[in-house]
Design a protein around this ligand. Structure first.
Ligand code: NAD
Length: 523
């Protein structure tokens, strides 16, 4: 079957006004093939750069992002519909922070990593060489279009790989990444962008990249893993979540209510680790809910395109039109099962701006408490005991993040350990993500693999194991011929070395004898 040379037109609309911004032409399969040829051609050049030189290239990207931040924010805001403040903190600031941290971190992580060598391998040396994998395919979602495309791509590049990145067709930000790469003076073809939807994603996998780094929904994650399994391509899957936030009765109400509000409504609830369900201890339930509702009603919500240009607007739009339908369906299901809306609950007419919503009388028979809503919706349930709330928090197929609020740090620590998630913040939500030294990723259906932290570089490496014998005169015990005397001596070593109180003299004596036998008993 020949390659598909046709392209598909995808409209990209403004999420607030619904006006069409432009039409995205998806790249053809022939183009994708060329992109991979270029990536494979440039990869040895990237590998030949020293880590210091690669870091310098990444620093150029940071300089460009800093110098052009307002223009970049304009594009992010226009395509995602998120507030300007959100775009600044969670994309521009975060990108700069990650680069700054890896400027120091990458050097240490890309060096040969020495490891101990056990006594039975006396005289030898062992180490790990972090080497590039080849070409990394990065596939990204719509919610952080600059951060999600740039950060994994740069980390993969730092590890010496070439990168092909496919942004979401909902927020492709056509031309932005290319501009950043070209105008910052980045290595040509080291990071290339391919546009299109799910068909383009599958065509990219058919090019057999050496690894896939995927961020997106669980449903797509499953498909990608299935497809990658045909070629045995390794995958990192950063998938969805249903993060629980737990508030105990001893908190500072004002601080906690403000923190919860941000955790639930930042980027209009479209963070994979947004607060998707809140559990509040019965003793403060009414007081905290009252404060949360009061604050929610004061949030400045963008209702026009112009609003999004302002720095004092708190909440923007839901980016994808189909996500609005999911949010509405979850709310409808909850109401039919007895939930009560305290504020919000609907879209601003003629837009994808969903009013920040607080719900009570909810339970785990409702989609709003069990499936990813991915919108500015905060369902709240009460609890009585620590055991009960741990059970509720873990009653989910997801395991991405979560948070615990309490003055009792011992209790918070206990609950953090008991929650089956990849990430936790205590007395804050998503604050763990602000520290690039911490690895990020999920468990259960939220995926696997970690990025950021040390693994942020190593996930893109072939961690090659090497053991060196300097041509010692020793004849190895496990080499041929196998004889009874060698067998007996190995038994002596096992008995002396692996018993609880080791008998070193016997081990060393037996090892020397093995060498002698090895020289005598030979073919
Ligand atoms: P999505 O899964 O619909 O799409 C993500 C990307 O996959 C897009 O680029 C899309 O074109 C591509 N794609 C779709 N089908 C494909 C296929 N069969 N083969 C190859 N590529 C394919 O996700 P979304 O709706 O864009 O994003 C929202 C989801 O992302 C939410 O579930 C959210 O929780 C999750 N997310 C997770 C993290 C994380 O780090 N864990 C971060 C952000 C978002």
């Amino acid at each position: 079957m020949g390659l598909n040379t046709t392209s598909q037109s995808i409209p990209v609309n403004h999420p607030v006004s619904l006006r069409q911004l432009y039409t995205l032409e998806s790249d053809s399969e022939t183009h994708i093939q060329t992109v991979f040829e270029r990536a494979r051609a440039v990869q040895p050049t990237i590998e030949s750069l020293s880590p210091e030189e690669r870091i310098e290239y990444v620093m150029k990207i940071k300089d460009y992002v800093i110098a052009n931040r307002e223009v970049l924010i304009d594009r992010i805001v226009e395509e995602t519909g998120k507030s300007r403040f959100d775009a600044f903190t969670s994309e521009i600031f975060e990108i700069c922070d990650v680069i700054e941290i890896y400027k120091k971190k990458a050097l240490a992580l890309l060096k040969d990593q020495p490891v101990p060598t056990p006594l039975v391998l006396m005289g030898k040396k062992s180490f790990i060489i972090p080497q590039p994998l080849g070409v990394i395919l990065v596939i990204t979602p719509w919610n952080y279009p600059l951060y999600q495309t740039l950060v994994p791509s740069m980390l993969a590049f730092l590890a010496g790989n070439a990168v092909v990145v496919k942004p979401s067709e909902q927020t492709p930000m056509k031309g932005v990444l290319e501009d950043i790469l070209e105008k910052s003076g980045f290595v040509k073809d080291a990071i290339q962008v391919v546009y299109g939807g799910k068909e383009t994603g599958t065509q990219l996998i058919d090019q057999r990249p050496d690894k896939i780094h995927f961020t997106g929904s669980c449903a797509t994650g499953r498909k990608i893993m299935e497809h990658a399994s045909r070629y045995l391509i390794p995958v990192d899957l950063e998938l969805g979540g249903k993060d629980a936030s737990i508030v105990f009765g001893d908190v500072d109400i004002e601080r906690t209510a403000n923190g919860i509000l941000w955790g639930a409504f930042t980027t209009a609830g479209q963070s994979c680790t947004s607060i998707e369900r809140l559990y509040v201890e019965q003793s403060i339930f009414d007081t905290l809910i009252k404060e949360i509702v009061r604050l929610t009603q004061q949030l400045k919500v963008a209702t026009t395109e112009e609003d999004l240009g302002k720095t004092n607007v708190d909440v923007g739009a839901v980016t994808a039109p189909f996500q609005v339908k999911v949010i509405e369906a979850h709310i409808q299901d909850a109401i039919e099962k007895g939930a009560k809306i305290l504020c919000g609950g609907k879209c601003v007419e003629g837009s994808q701006v969903f009013m920040p919503t607080v719900l009570v009388n909810v339970n785990h028979s409702m989609k709003i408490m069990t499936e990813e809503t991915f919108g500015p919706v905060l369902p709240i349930m009460s609890f009585q005991t620590e055991e009960e709330v741990i059970r509720l928090a873990n009653d989910s197929p997801y395991g991405l993040g979560g948070s615990i609020w309490s003055r009792d740090l011992k209790r918070a620590d206990r609950v953090a350990r008991a929650m089956k998630t990849g990430n936790i913040s205590i007395n804050g939500h998503m604050i763990n993500e602000a520290n690039p030294h911490l690895p990020f990723g999920g468990v259960k259906e939220s995926g696997f693999g970690r990025y950021k932290g040390d693994l942020g570089i190593w996930t893109f490496c072939n961690m090659k194991s090497v053991l060196v014998d300097k041509q010692s005169p020793m004849i190895e015990a496990h080499w041929y011929p196998f004889t009874l005397s060698k067998y007996k001596l190995l038994n002596t070593i096992l008995d002396s070395l692996f018993v609880r109180s080791k008998k070193w003299p016997q081990v060393i004596k037996a090892a020397m004898q093995l060498d002698k036998i090895g020289r005598k008993e030979k073919y």
